[in-house]
Design a protein around this ligand. Sequence first.
Ligand code: ATP
Length: 249
Amino acid sequence: MIALKNISKTFNAGKPNEVKALGKLSLEIHEGEFVVIVGSNGSGKTTLLNLVAGTILPDTGTISIAGNNATKLTDYQRSKWIARIFQNPLSGTAADLSILDNFRLAALRTKSKGLTIGKNENFKALVREKIAALGMGLEDKTEQPIGTLSGGQRQALTLLMSVMDECKILLLDEPTAALDPRSAENVICTADALIKQYSLTAILVTHNLKDAANYGTRIIQMGEGEILKDIAAKEKAKLKQAELFEWFG
Ligand SMILES: Nc1ncnc2c1ncn2[C@@H]1O[C@H](COP(=O)(O)OP(=O)(O)OP(=O)(O)O)[C@@H](O)[C@H]1O
């Protein structure tokens, strides 16, 4: 689904503040995998996500997504396939607009399934049904401005609206870092359920080793722009949280 071959990325090349963020990194992620990436600050995790999302280009190497050369995908094709959730629950939604209007905006991104977005009662009913399935009791609040919700509620809705359409790949960049522990647990649990429900291929970058141990089908540790460890599903199931802490010891 996602293949990176010999990717390198240096910022500010040739300048005193030159940083080699990634060096000759290769990684293949298969359809349906949920990869958790951990690693110390500055090890290149977000740079990797930015490359997959196409917000930056590699200096060398190739990136392919579902067999397509990613650098040649248009923004429209890319946004149809890839959804991204950031640390800040405020990013990705318009605070003053209602929950429903935010879902309308998100649906406009792909204009899928021939829905007459905005007026169609089917659309409203679908949104209510999907929100109800989150089990957070938000389905009766769809006319309320999304900015009035808590960070955790907002992040869960952002996740849902990102994956509801034709998205195939979900990129999660420390999506719970700004949340209190209970909301963080709810959001990561929601993400995990949506990944399974929509059969998504997902990458989660996290500093939370508990989440790294409990979620995902594969775990990758990065260090200084390289992959230090890559543990697949079977082995990961045996991996204990204490062992993960040792990696960072
Ligand atoms: N746009 C940029 N311009 C200059 N340097 C950058 C840029 N983006 C990232 N870097 C540098 O590249 C290196 C890797 O950064 P990156 O954000 O990928 O690390 P990270 O593993 O996500 O770190 P953290 O866990 O702290 O978020 C760092 O040294 C960072 O300062």
